[in-house]
Design a binder for this molecule. Structure first.
Ligand code: ATP
Length: 433
């Protein structure tokens, strides 16, 4: 089967020229070169994907250097793995791998590499749908290489592992299976699902592998249907790898559904604002844990100190904040005081927990209050006769709260506020003297 016309449909002309050049350079060097992995899967699915991964039989790093030399790019090589990344101006980067067979020191650890052929390279991949290649050498450009039935599994909508040891060789694949199944609305093939369940009973993620687990969780929680993915993870006993105390019950499911709604509202309302959606989900999963359990989990998954502190503070304060936000009479400045300083990810988490008035108020904060700024600055305060110091922050803060309540509409109003503050201060001072 030849995929050249599909490739020409999916990629822009400059990328097609790049692929052709890759094939020509490899041919001149007497090497076979292939486009591999997710990008081939996505060519079949008609999905735009510019992650250009290529595998080359023979010397990979030397090839990458030649590619960079001929097309004016930069190479970052990883000699231990025989891989390189070539970056260009105005073109997608190219990930070059030397076709390889891998030997695993221990389950989950990074593999040791020896040179081998494309069949072995594809055999070490996670699922049949990700284990296809397209030849790029000029005479056979576009030719599909599909040893393991990837194309047929794509047609059937099946995620299937390549062999029985797959999840023991690399347990992070148990998460990847969920990612692809949920993303494409595919089924995990029955035997593969049994292998996952067997692996979840046996594997342990240590310090080295936890980083890769974290990466996989970030990918899953950034997907479109996270609620569905978490449901699948629960079904396959995968949530225990985050923390054994995490259980999916009807309440958590409803909560995750609320979170999904709130996040998609935010993303469509503020398309220019990039958020770490995965962070809101991660914190949501820790909701039922104790504070100590949550702390341990955040630390284990290498969350930054700031993120951990924020998440723990939120855990401690969520119900108090929601109660305060739900009070009948609440001025905008009070809403602001409850929510200021929280990251959008935490605000969305809180909004998903909130009901009625409290939710409306978080919405008001996100859409309006958090954007309110004073028109005057420290410079204006100085001009008005105030000397810089802690007083600056206090007066600016008080002014902002007053402005939020609608009492300072124009720049003149703000200047009048400063002047009357100064008068008051002078009056107090003169009384003291
Ligand atoms: P996405 O569209 O989410 O980026 P992808 O398939 O490109 O999907 P990557 O994580 O970028 O996913 O991996 C690229 C390719 O590398 C995969 O298609 C697969 O062939 C291979 N791969 C990645 N991770 C593993 C793994 N843990 N085990 C085996 N093969 C893997």
């Amino acid at each position: 089967m030849n995929l050249l016309s599909e490739i020409e449909r999916v990629f822009p002309p400059r990328v097609i020229s790049l692929l052709r050049r890759i094939g020509e350079i490899a041919e001149d060097r007497g090497q076979n070169v292939y486009l591999v992995g997710g990008v081939v899967r996505d060519i079949f699915l008609g999905v735009k994907n510019l992650d250009i991964d290529i595998s080359i039989e023979g010397e990979g790093i030397e090839f990458a250097r030649e590619l960079a030399r001929q097309l004016t790019g930069w190479v970052k090589a990883e000699t231990r793995f025989g891989t390189a990344i070539v970056t260009f101006r105005g073109l997608p980067k190219v990930d070059v791998a030397t076709c390889r067979r891998e030997y695993y020191h221990s389950p989950g650890a990074l593999p040791e590499v020896i040179s081998s052929s494309i069949k072995n390279d594809l055999y070490r991949r996670d699922f049949t749908i990700n284990a296809m290649a397209v030849k790029l050498n000029p005479a056979r450009i576009g030719e599909l290489v599909d040893f393991f039935g990837g194309r047929s599994d794509l047609k059937k909508g099946v995620v299937r592992s390549l062999h029985n040891r797959s999840f023991l060789d690399d347990p992070t694949r148990i998460f990847r299976a969920v990612r692809f199944a949920v993303r494409y609305n595919f089924c995990i093939e029955t035997d593969t699902e049994s292998l996952i369940k067997e692996a979840t009973g046996r594997v342990i993620f240590d310090e080295i592998t936890i980083e890769r687990v974290r990466d996989e969780l970030v990918h899953i929680f950034n997907e479109e249907s996270v609620q569905q993915a978490i449901k699948k993870m629960a079904e396959l006993h995968e949530l225990k790898f985050i923390h054994p105390g995490i259980k999916l019950n009807p309440e958590t499911e409803t909560f995750l559904g609320e979170l999904e709604e709130v996040i998609s509202w935010f993303q469509s309302s503020f398309p220019g604002e990039k958020i770490k959606k995965w962070l809101s989900y991660f914190i949501a999963l820790l909701d039922e844990l104790t504070i100590d359990e949550a702390k341990i989990t955040l630390k284990r998954f290498h969350f930054s100190e700031k993120q951990t502190k924020e998440a723990v503070r939120m855990k401690k304060s969520a119900s108090g904040r929601l109660a305060a936000l739900g009070r009948k009479e609440s001025k905008p400045s009070e809403i602001y005081r409850q929510l200021r300083g929280l990251s959008v990810e935490l605000l969305l988490f809180l909004m998903a927990k909130a009901r009625g008035t409290a939710r409306q108020r978080i919405l008001l904060y996100l859409t309006k209050l958090r954007h309110v700024r004073l028109t005057i600055s420290g410079e204006d305060l100085r001009k008005a006769g105030l000397s810089p110091g802690p007083e600056f922050a206090t007066i600016l803060n008080n002014m902002l709260l007053t402005k939020l309540d609608g009492c300072l509409e124009t720049r003149e109003d703000e200047l009048i506020y400063v002047n009357s503050y100064l008068k008051e201060q002078r009056l107090k001072l003169s009384k003291l003297v």
